[in-house]
Design a protein around this ligand. Structure first.
Ligand code: CU
Length: 161
């Protein structure tokens, strides 16, 4: 009987042992899964954070592109004998400035020396354009370079703020 009981215990021991081994394996696998899951979630968080940073960067560049200082400003300036209308225009530094010069009467042009821009000299009922970047602040006179028109009052001010 002792031998039997020993045998039965002996038989049970391996059974307990294999169950223990299974339990350990399950535990290790479970722990491993938890560790990997945490790593994955940490990586996901990092990726999410990276995506957020990228989105912020994109938003930043978009808002940079839409700054008021890089707008295109279009002005229609009418020429007469001997004046410009309007006689003052204002932009922000960095703006792209497009001036459409519509000549109503006489023979004129529109010149801004400091920005090295000028329209052709044109007849009445003609128009011409100049376009430039207002990259320096100040008050710059636009004028007609034909004859004595500038001295006769055919001038105005471009103000870059
Ligand atoms: Cu003129």
């Amino acid at each position: 009987m002792e031998n039997n009981s020993e045998d039965s215990q002996g038989q049970k021991k391996p059974a307990h042992g294999s169950m223990w081994t299974v339990s350990v394996v399950v535990l290790v696998v479970a722990l491993g899964a938890i560790v990997f899951f945490n790593k994955d979630s940490a990586q996901l968080k990092q990726q999410a954070a990276g995506m957020v940073e990228k989105q912020d960067a994109v938003i930043g560049s978009v808002s940079g592109e839409t700054k008021p200082s890089s707008e295109e400003k279009v002005f229609n300036i009418v020429g007469n004998n001997f004046s410009f209308s309007p006689a003052e225009i204002r932009v922000k530094r960095g703006d792209t400035v497009k001036i459409v010069f519509n000549n109503k009467v006489g023979f004129h042009d529109l010149v801004i020396d400091e920005y090295s821009v000028r329209t052709p000299q044109i007849q009445a009922d003609k128009s011409a354009e100049i376009i430039f970047t207002a990259d320096k602040t100040g008050t710059f006179e636009y004028y007609c370079s034909v004859g004595q028109h500038r001295a006769m009052g055919m001038k105005g001010n471009l103000i870059v703020e």
